[in-house]
Write a protein that binds this ligand. Structure first.
Ligand code: GZL
Length: 324
């Protein structure tokens, strides 16, 4: 009798161990069949904006009690593709990611589609012809952001005869870099006085902006304006301009995009002259989108985030309440 009881207990123990190893109560690896699990691939941690975006997304999912598997691609597309494949393998319920560059996603997004896992784009777009590869794209309109920077420049230099512009571009191939460049050029196209005398990527980083601006200053004696695709590169440019014995915001005007706290402080201090906002606070909207999809609902294909612009006076007023 004792032997039979021992065998029965061993058998029960084995079944429960196998159950745990297979990842719990259902094939998705989650606790229960209806538990929503989301896999998120983030670009990296290249700027103040990205840090704020990560914090907001992780905070929103924690507050909603939804499991978020999170990976940082350190700015490499191959790492994002690996992460997406890993989420497919783990059979998560939804995959969300911010594509570091616009191109090269069709293969892996088709793998997600074949696995029946919906994909949501946040922050940046992909250039795929097939928009069935993702359910929704939540993020800013970067063309409009470039146009807003250009509109300010038209006003600021209304009385100038010649305006030499240097451009610090974002990450090569990234949607915000492509579109902010395009929107800015569209806005100033009608005015021959503006000449973009140099344009180079600073990869959205402060160090990159400083390094490129140092080179611009060495090869261009007469720069009137810096157009930086984000605050971090603008802050790097400020360091280079000051090291060259010039006064940022006065000798050389600076317009940037993002409106993160450090950028807004530089604007309040008069070292940056104008900032176009690009909101990183996408977490709550992303939670709504993935929850709706998981409940079998449909979501809008394109959800544009609301944002504004800041002058020095507006920055001084907004700074105390700034969330990021
Ligand atoms: C814009 C985002 C950009 C920010 C940069 O939505 O993709 O990437 O403007 C960030 O600061 O690095």
């Amino acid at each position: 009798m004792k032997k039979i009881l021992g065998l029965a207990l061993t058998g029960a123990l084995l079944v429960s161990m196998v159950g745990c190893a297979a990842g719990g109560g259902d094939e998705s690896g989650g606790g229960g069949d209806d538990e929503l699990i989301v896999g998120f691939s983030q670009v990296g941690a290249e700027s103040g904006w990205r840090t704020a975006n990560t914090k907001d997304i992780q905070g929103a999912f924690e507050e909603a009690g939804i499991e978020l598997k999170f990976s940082d691609a350190q700015g490499k597309q191959e790492n994002q593709i690996k992460a997406i494949r890993s989420y497919i393998q783990q059979q998560v319920d939804v995959i969300a990611f911010s594509p570091v560059v616009e191109s090269g996603w069709d293969t892996v997004l088709n793998e997600a589609k074949d696995a029946g896992i919906p994909v949501v784009l946040t922050d940046r777009a992909v250039d795929s012809e097939d928009d069935t590869l993702y359910e929704s794209f939540l993020g800013s309109d970067f063309i409009i952001e470039g146009e807003r920077a250009g509109a300010w420049v038209l006003e600021e230099f209304a009385d100038a005869d010649v305006v030499n512009v240097v451009e610090l571009q974002g990450t090569t191939g990234a949607a915000p870099a492509n579109d902010r460049a395009q929107g800015f050029r569209d806005a100033i196209a009608g005015e021959d006085k503006f000449e973009i005398i140099a344009s180079q990527t600073g990869d959205f980083t402060r160090a990159g902006g400083k390094q490129v601006m140092e080179a611009f200053l060495k090869s261009n004696p007469d720069i009137d304006l810096v157009y930086a695709h984000n605050d971090d590169m603008g802050l790097g440019a400020i360091e280079a301009i000051e090291a060259a014995g010039l006064v940022p915001g006065t000798d050389i005007k600076i317009v940037t995009v993002d409106a993160v706290k450090d950028g807004m402080q530089a604007l309040a201090d008069g070292k940056i002259n104008f900032i176009v906002e690009c909101s990183p606070l996408l977490g709550a909207q992303l939670v709504d989108i993935v929850t709706t999809l998981h409940d079998g609902g449909s979501v809008e294909k394109r959800i544009v985030t609301e944002e504004t612009t800041f002058t020095q006076e507006q920055a001084i007023e907004a700074l105390p309440d700034r969330q990021y």
